[in-house]
Design a protein around this ligand. Structure first.
Ligand code: PEP
Ligand code: MG
Length: 578
């Protein structure tokens, strides 16, 4: 057995997972052996044929577009994919062994490669690269569907992947995927956010993991520190089992705060609500002691083969409203684009998707689509305290246009005699620096602001939130970001509207003290973070928090700010230091 190995990454979802590695497309030709249920075998074969046709179409296009001397190479590649004996053998093996076709195809290609690679003849040895090329092309199509296995895993695993898209993550079932590690990603990538909402310990940005891990290897994932331990020794395993037990005990202690309000000892009350990505999560908010939904990210409803219609959306929103009872539910209109794309919108590949066709921009240019969502939200508003929130707003014009569409939609509903809340609150995410700078002009247009520090940080500091190469620069506790937050709170209050914050910064207990002191009225965090933040709020006098905020706003560097706030937290809440 190989020795224990430690790899560092970015801890993005707290907790410790101990289990076996499940490799998802780490090596292009190595796919894990996934069992196929007997009645699914023929679908698996169909998927194989589909992948072959797609690969063949691509190769034919490449051949036709290539100059003469290269044309022959793709022609040869095509021939390989038309070898009936080879293909029949693969299909038979899938039927016989009932294992995923990606696994069997990958193994067969590896066999052919090692056979040709071992031959004396130079010409045959030269074919190896061609075979690998064809193999990976087909695998890419197979793995596209192989990712669906995340939803059908038969045993507990820790997923290891080069990258996971939010739509991969949304398929993960908590009972099966007990942790994950990726080579790409940052703390506020939507994959990381999804991990927190599923309460799956996760590490991203573990850049060297694929070269070190084998399928089935034992792994420890420490989602707090970002440490991943491959093939842990018995002593390490024992140590981490103890950490897990300590975490569990601490969780139990925190659960005593569940029914208590988020109020400081000197009486300042904050609405501590939750960010959710799926309607089922709304049930969890109360269990964790939260007050309603501060941000319902609706994108995940749209990340599938067909777009959801008005009735289906209405059902989903109603489910959340029912779960939250008398508490508010803020539904964000769809924020597709950036790292959350869907194929329904034929968006040409963008060089800078985070600066492109995203959020409200996409909705304003697809009015019919936008109206369906607004109708569904408005209908759900008849059942409780619903708010509508627009993402990615960069100026007043967009807000006015979007509000105009709400008015049109209301008029249609009135005409049809369909009920909705006439006084429904409308607010915006403040996450683009121009919106933060123009907060004084935007406040009179809306009922509330919710500061999105995930994007505000990326856009203010020009640091891609999903790129591990620059993650060392991604610091929401940067003085520039904190000054913008403070300015937005002041502007909102000057105009008599409430100001919340729904970025991940709110879930950082060290930052929470300063945010409290800046006068935020609401903090919306992943359900899993609610108990810790409530502990901090209940244990910090508002007068102290205000002094802390003032001091923080006078500090020059992000490092000093973090040191100062973490020092304070350590002193005042030693129990958080597990
Ligand atoms: C944010 O940007 O801070 C935010 C809450 O929205 P999202 O993470 O979905 O972009
Ligand atoms: Mg955002």
């Amino acid at each position: 057995m190989r020795n224990e190995r430690r790899i560092g990454g970015i801890g993005v979802s707290p907790g410790v997972a101990i289990g076996r590695a499940f490799l998802l497309g780490v090596d292009e030709l190595k796919a894990p052996p996934v069992r196929i249920l007997p009645h699914k075998v023929e679908d698996e074969i169909k998927g194989f044929r589909r992948a072959l046709s797609q690969a063949k179409r691509e190769l034919a296009r490449l051949r036709d577009d290539s100059p003469g001397e290269v044309e022959g190479i793709f022609g040869a590649h095509l021939m390989m994919l038309e070898d009936p004996v080879f293909l029949r053998e693969i299909e038979e093996e899938v039927r016989e062994k009932r294992l995923s076709v990606a696994h069997i195809f990958g193994e067969r290609i590896e066999e052919v490669i090692s056979h040709f690679g071992g031959l004396e003849d130079e010409h045959f040895r030269g074919r190896v690269a061609d075979i690998r090329d064809v193999g990976t092309r087909v695998m890419a199509h197979l793995l596209g569907t192989e990712r669906e296995v995340l939803a059908h895993l038969q045993e507990e695993v820790i997923v290891v992947a080069h990258d996971l898209s939010p739509s991969d993550t949304v398929q993960m079932r908590k009972e099966r995927v007990i942790g994950f590690v990726t080579e790409l990603g940052g703390r506020t990538s939507h994959t990381a956010i999804m991990a927190r909402s599923l309460e799956i310990p996760a590490v991203v940005g573990a850049s060297r993991i694929s070269g070190e891990v084998n399928p089935g290897d034992m792994l420890v994932v420490d989602g707090q520190t970002g440490r991943v331990i491959l093939r842990p020794s018995p002593t390490t395993l024992k140590e981490y089992r103890q950490v897990k037990a300590r975490l569990k005990r601490f969780e139990k202690t925190l659960s005593r705060l569940r029914d208590l309000p988020a109020v400081t000892p000197d009486g300042r009350r904050v609405e501590l609500s939750a960010n959710i990505e799926a309607p089922e999560e709304a049930e969890e908010i109360r269990r964790k002691g939260g007050y309603g939904t501060g941000l319902f990210r609706t994108e995940y409803l749209f990340m599938r083969a067909t777009l959801p219609g008005e009735d289906e959306q209405f059902e989903v929103y109603s489910q959340v409203v029912r779960s939250c009872g008398d508490c508010p539910v803020i539904i964000r209109t769809v924020d597709l684009g950036g790292d959350k794309f869907v194929s329904h919108f034929r968006v040409p590949k963008e060089v800078n998707p985070f600066l492109g066709w995203r959020g409200i921009r996409l909705c304003l240019q697809n009015r019919g689509f936008f109206k369906i969502q607004l109708r569904a939200i408005l209908r759900a508003s008849a059942l409780g305290r619903v708010g509508i929130m627009f993402p990615m707003v960069s100026g007043v014009g967009e807000v006015r246009e979007a509000k105009g569409i709400i008015e049109e939609t209301k008029e249609e509903l009135r005409g049809q005699g369909i009920e909705f809340d006439e006084g429904i609150q409308v607010g915006i995410m403040v996450e683009v620096p121009s919106a933060a700078i123009l907060a004084d002009l935007l406040a009179p247009e809306v009922n509330f602001f919710s500061i999105g520090t995930n994007d505000l940080t990326q856009y203010c500091l020009a640091v891609d939130r999903v790129n591990p190469n620059v993650s060392y620069l991604y610091e929401p506790l940067h003085p520039a970001v904190l000054k913008l937050i403070n300015q937005v709170v002041e502007a909102g209050h000057r105009h008599g509207i409430w100001v919340g914050l729904c970025g991940e910064l709110g879930a950082d207990p060290a930052a929470a003290v300063a945010l409290l002191g800046m006068g935020l009225d609401e903090l919306s965090v992943s359900p899993v973070a609610i108990p810790q933040i409530k502990l901090v709020i209940r244990g910090t006098a508002y007068s102290l928090a205000q002094r802390v905020a003032k001091e923080v706003l006078a500090i020059t560097t992000p490092q000093e700010i973090r040191e100062y706030l973490e020092g304070l937290l350590k002193n005042n809440f030693p129990q958080l230091n597990i």
